[in-house]
Ligand binder design. Structure first.
Ligand SMILES: C[S@@+](CC[C@H](N)C(=O)[O-])C[C@H]1O[C@@H](n2cnc3c(N)ncnc32)[C@H](O)[C@@H]1O
Length: 246
C-alpha cells in the first residue's frame, strides 16, 4: 500500500514539530549538506518545503523542490506566497524526474525508502544522477536498513517504527502520533544497504557513505542526555551521501 500524502499532508507537517526532528533529523541533514552557500540545489520529496526553505535561508543561490503529492506542493507554495524565498516547486514523480537543469547538490529527506524494489531504487538513482553536475553531491536522510529494535520504546519521541519483514521490499510502518494521541501511518519499504550502494554506483555515483545520525548539543541541553539514549542507540533513520562521478 503506497502512502497517499494528499490525505495526511497537514498531519505530516505537524509531525515535523517533534523535538527529534530538529535535534537529530535536521541537525544531521544540515551536517551532511555542509556549506550550501552559492549552490544550486534540488530538494527531492520536498513535502511542504521543510528543508527546501531552510536550504535557501542558509544561503543557497537557487533552490527548487519536487514532490509527487499535490497537497504537499500546495502547502509549500502557500508558504512561498506568505514568505517569498524565490523557490520553485514542481509536482513530479522522481521515478520519472525531468527538469531542464543540473544541480550542485541534490537533497532528499525520505525519498529512497519509497522504492518498493531494486528496480525502483535504480530508477531513483538514475534520476538523481541525471540531474547532478559532475562532482555534485547527493545527500539524504532515509530509514535505516540495519534498524532492528522493539516498537514501543520509541513512542516517547512521538513516533514508532515497525518492520513487517526484512525481505527486500518488506513494509516498514512509521506511525506518527499527534498531540491528542491520534496517529498517521506512513509506509516505507526495506531494501538492504548493499542494494543502495550497488544502484547508486551503477547510476554513476561513487564515494557512497552511510552516516549515523548526530544529536545537536541544544537537544542535550533542553532534554538531557538520557532522554535521547534509545533513539541514538537504535538509529531508526540514517544519513547517506555520494558524489556524481560519471
Ligand atoms: C516523509 S515525507 C518527507 C517530506 C520532506 N522531505 C520532509 O522531510 O519534511 C516523504 C515525501 O516524499 C514524497 N514522495 C514519495 N514518493 C515520491 C516520488 N516517487 N516522487 C516524488 N515525491 C515522492 C511524498 O509525497 C512525501 O511528501
Amino acid at each position: 500500500m503506497r502512502t497517499d500524502y494528499n490525505k495526511i499532508s497537514k498531519e505530516y507537517q505537524a509531525s515535523k514539530l517533534a523535538p527529534w526532528r530538529k535535534h537529530i533529523e535536521a541537525y544531521s541533514f544540515f551536517k551532511l549538506a555542509g556549506d550550501v552557500s552559492g549552490k544550486q540545489i534540488l530538494d527531492l520529496a520536498c513535502g511542504e518545503g521543510f528543508y527546501t526553505r531552510q536550504l535557501k535561508i542558509r544561503g543557497a543561490l537557487g533552490v527548487e523542490g519536487v514532490d509527487i503529492s499535490k497537497a504537499m506542493i500546495d502547502l509549500a507554495k502557500e508558504a512561498e506566497v506568505k514568505n517569498p524565498l524565490k523557490i520553485d516547486y514542481h509536482q513530479q514523480d522522481v521515478l520519472h524526474l525531468d527538469l531542464p537543469k543540473k544541480y550542485d547538490l541534490i537533497t532528499a529527506s525520505y525519498l529512497l525508502n519509497y522504492a518498493k524494489n531494486s528496480k525502483e531504487l535504480a530508477q531513483f538513482a538514475r534520476a538523481i544522477s541525471k540531474h547532478l553536475n559532475i562532482g555534485g553531491r547527493f545527500i539524504t536522510i532515509n530509514s535505516n536498513p540495519d534498524y532492528k529494535a522493539a516498537v514501543a520504546p520509541m513512542k516517547k519521541y512521538g513516533f514508532t517504527r515497525e518492520n513487517k519483514s526484512y525481505d527486500e521490499g518488506g513494509e516498514i510502518v512509521f506511525r506518527f502520533f499527534q498531540t491528542d494521541d491520534s496517529y498517521i501511518d506512513v509506509i516505507n519499504y526495506h531494501l538492504e544497504k548493499n542494494t543502495h550502494d550497488l544502484e547508486l554506483k551503477r547510476a554513476g555515483m561513487s564515494q557512497v557513505q552511510w552516516h549515523a545520525t548526530d544529536l545537536a548539543p541544544e537537544g542535550i541541553k533542553e532534554f538531557g542526555k538520557d532522554y535521547w539514549r534509545h533513539i541514538m542507540e537504535t538509529q531508526p533513520v540514517i544519513g547517506l551521501t555520494c558524489v556524481k562521478t560519471h
